[in-house]
Design a protein around this ligand. Sequence first.
Ligand SMILES: [Zn+2]
Length: 375
Amino acid sequence: MKQLIKGTLEGVTKVIEVEDGLITDIRDNGTIATVGSELVDTSGTLLPGYIDIHVHGGGGADTMDASEDAFEQIAATHAKHGTTALLLTTITERADHIEKSLTAFRPDRKRDGAEIIGFHLEGPFIHMDKAGAQPKEFIQAPNVELLSRWMKLSGNAIRYITVAPDVNGADELIKACRRMGIIVSAGHSSATFQQAKESFVWGVQSATHLFNAMTGLYHRDPGLVGAVFDSDDIYAELIADKIHVNSAVMKIIFRMKGTDKVMLITDAIRAACMPEGQQYTLGNQIVTVKNGTVRLLDGTIAGSVLTLDKAVKNLLNLGILQKEDVIPVTSANQSRLLNLPFGQIRVGSPANIISIDDGWDVTHTFVRGNLVYRK
Ligand SMILES: [Zn+2]
């Protein structure tokens, strides 16, 4: 049966026709036959669904739980906040734990939530000095053989990896990732400006949670951040929770990178959309959540409880983003970098669509045309 989604598209009321998950027609309201079709009138503004390329968990579940039930819980939790596609993100952990997660993934499984488009490996090939909340004892030297093995075990589902380009052997690993079709993001890194620039030649295309767990921008030592600012073609992940990056610095990031290179991420952990005031785990570590900030017991910031709808609202309310900038930073840039079929609402695209109200709250989430969330 055909599905019809009604809402406002670029200021005009439209009906979108969906068949087998793909958009087959977009018409003015009243010009499409609704007989024999299922119509959902969202009464809101339609946008391409948000894409989260860096999310560890949510709703009590974590990627490292290594089960389809956990993956489903993460996908369902974030779908309520506008995410229609995500990369399950692993942390630096024992190799066999990472393998368990990679092998638990069933790409064909029907899920009631966001589409899982693969994995983001955050580590273990990172720098000791910039581990942040990644457990240091599991950091490893870059290992092409191990990564190839993981790629195979996952059924080629690793799409993106965070690597420190300044550790020995990173050049070989980064080049191997390019051959395997894995996007490389520099992060958890002590790279100097020069090292970072060199890594962009090897194939690094992005920077992981810009400013966090990397060499910052100093006037005599521009660091990894300086290299990202200096290189127009490099993308940057941003955690726009007003905790990981100060609002003034977020504004500077947009001025330097433009809205066509910033990608909003959540870096959310299992505590996202769960009550505060109790302890949660991140890998084998205990974390606490207070006033929206997640910390290890030693005080280190450890991921977030952010959702993408909140990130968008934060940036709009601060006046850093305009309405028309939302699609690039939540969907189109990610789609371009990762070569995904999302990022716009047009005939032939998968019907991963959300509807928002005037306050930018998500009221409907459609994944491949299926209504997976309704407010
Ligand atoms: Zn992370």
